[in-house]
Unconditional design. Structure first.
Length: 242
């Protein structure tokens, strides 16, 4: 899959040079308010953590989220930067400990090369390939019970190849629907995917806003331990087009 991605990048660069300077750009800042569902294998056993969107928002230490996209004819590029710091607490399945808190600090950068399969005014579909680079730290804290409190720290950074699809459906001059999906990984112990769907409103030629729902899943062996994270929740965005 990496060779396919490399070929796609080379073709995209050659196409960009041939198409001249007729580019359109979009810069987006967005707020994503996900709940967290986590499963982390530790030396004590597997720890589960659950937090709703409202719980996660209360425990949100920091977040930065933004995207940038460029389009020239059928050729498109997109990039997405996401940083989250979330925690979730559940009673442990272990008799010796109290509550277990799973905390994740994650930076994820995704890049895509996209080709416009259809440019029908009522239905715009892009297909492409890309990558997502992760820097992930996971901390599991076990509260004291019959045994004293304990802690396990896991961390890794890695890059996964992706395939992706993007959909844009104008409803009228102001309203539109957007969708995005990707999937990738390098094997059964390394998988990631995401889905997004939303409705947008265009204030002017340059400004628009969106309200939608996004889900991202990450499954990875980190320091030899199986880690699974699912982040799902509402998203609100503001976009400037130029």
């Amino acid at each position: 899959m990496k060779s396919v991605l490399s070929l796609a990048l080379i073709v995209a660069a050659q196409s960009a040079a041939a198409q001249g300077a007729d580019w359109r750009y979009q810069a987006t800042l967005y707020g994503w308010f996900p709940g967290l569902s986590a499963s982390v294998e530790t030396r004590f056993g597997t720890v589960q953590g659950e937090a709703s969107s409202s719980d996660a928002l209360q425990n949100l230490d920091m977040a930065f989220m933004g995207t940038f996209a460029a389009q020239n004819g059928r050729l498109g590029f997109a990039a997405d930067l996401l940083y989250t710091s979330l925690s979730a607490t559940q009673p442990t399945p272990f008799a010796l400990y109290g509550d277990a808190t799973v905390k994740e600090d994650m930076t994820a950068f995704s890049g895509y090369v996209l080709y416009r399969v259809t440019q029908d005014p009522a239905f715009v579909l892009d297909l492409g390939a890309g990558f997502r680079t992760f820097d992930l730290d996971v901390t599991v804290n076990l509260g004291s019970g019959l045994a004293p409190a304990a802690r396990e720290d896991l961390g890794s950074n890695w890059t996964d190849p992706l395939i992706a699809a993007r959909l844009h459906v104008p409803i009228n001059e102001k309203w539109f629907l957007d969708g995005f999906a990707d999937y990738g990984g390098s094997g059964s112990d390394d998988e990631t995917w995401q889905l997004y769907g939303g409705v947008g409103y265009r204030f002017s030629e340059n400004w628009s806003t969106q309200l939608g729902y996004r889900t991202m899943n990450i499954s990875k062996d980190v320091d030899g331990r199986a880690v699974s994270l699912d982040l799902s929740g509402a998203l609100i965005a503001l976009t400037y087009s130029f």
